[in-house]
Design a binder for this molecule. Structure first.
Ligand SMILES: C[S@@+](CC[C@H](N)C(=O)[O-])C[C@H]1O[C@@H](n2cnc3c(N)ncnc32)[C@H](O)[C@@H]1O
Length: 237
């Protein structure tokens, strides 16, 4: 997959994409990330990308011209074009799976008060929000999209089955899945604060059927506690 990021802060991505699974995917040639400085598509001496909002208000708005020029300059006509925006539909695991199905994606990162609305109206295939909060820039959101999409690409995560049975994985009916079960590792007993914190003994028993049932129940318990919305409308044993 090829992912283009259009940003006024190309240096933002130097850290996040140079470590861990995303970095390994790039080195293995499974993921081609191209970072583009929006200012390279400006025509004036000051490399201007923003201007004051029509109608008057505080702040600045990213202009349509450089984004239009960037999208043409990328030669990515067939790519899925996504604007990161607090006003978009919420990005979730289903959207990550959907985007992972495209061969090429362009992610446009807004800044300041946002982006001239003609970009969303005329140039983008969709807007996506990573949550009901406002970030300073789309780069934070784009990093989340790239990371969550990259780990779904074939061959990127060594144990592919682990991405098929984790939090939010859709069930057979296509409903958003429940949370993953809790994980534990050595030591089985941890002495702290005058107590012994035990890992659940069943997980050390080697009884695979009982372990699977324990995990199913533990995942339901955790979902009921932390994300009851995921269980709405379901009948769970
Ligand atoms: C300060 S925000 C603009 C917020 C906008 N005035 C509003 O109230 O919806 C600047 C940029 O950050 C990005 N951004 C902010 N919150 C976001 C979110 N929840 N999801 C995705 N992108 C976001 C967008 O690219 C946006 O253009």
């Amino acid at each position: 997959m090829k992912i283009h990021l259009v940003t006024i802060f190309p240096q933002f991505f130097e850290g996040p994409f140079s470590c861990g699974i995303v970095s390994r995917a790039r080195q293995a040639g499974l993921l081609d990330i191209r970072i583009h400085d929006l200012r390279d598509w400006t025509a004036d001496r000051h490399r201007t990308v923003d201007d004051r909002p029509f109608g008057g208000d505080e702040g600045m708005v990213l202009k349509v011209e450089p984004i239009y020029a960037a999208l043409r300059g990328l030669n990515a006509a067939g790519a899925r074009k996504v604007l990161l925006s607090a006003q978009g539909p919420l990005f979730d695991q289903a959207a990550a799976r959907r985007l992972a199905g495209y061969a090429e994606i362009v992610l446009v990162c807004g800044r300041y008060e946002g982006v001239d609305e003609r970009v969303a109206e005329r140039l983008m295939d969709e807007e996506l929000s990573v949550g009901n909060f406002v970030l300073t820039g789309g780069e934070w959101a784009a990093g989340m999209v790239v990371d969550s999409v990259a780990r779904l690409l074939p061959g990127v995560v060594g144990n592919a089955s682990s991405t098929e049975r984790e939090s939010f994985t859709p069930d057979e009916a296509g409903r958003v899945g429940i949370l993953d079960y809790p994980h534990y590792t050595r030591p089985a007993s941890f002495e702290a604060e005058g107590e012994t914190w035990e890992a659940p003994p069943i997980l050390l028993s080697g009884r695979h059927e009982q372990i699977a049932e324990w995990r199913r129940q533990a995942a339901l318990t955790k979902t009921r506690r932390n994300r009851p919305d995921l269980l709405a409308g379901r009948r769970c044993a």
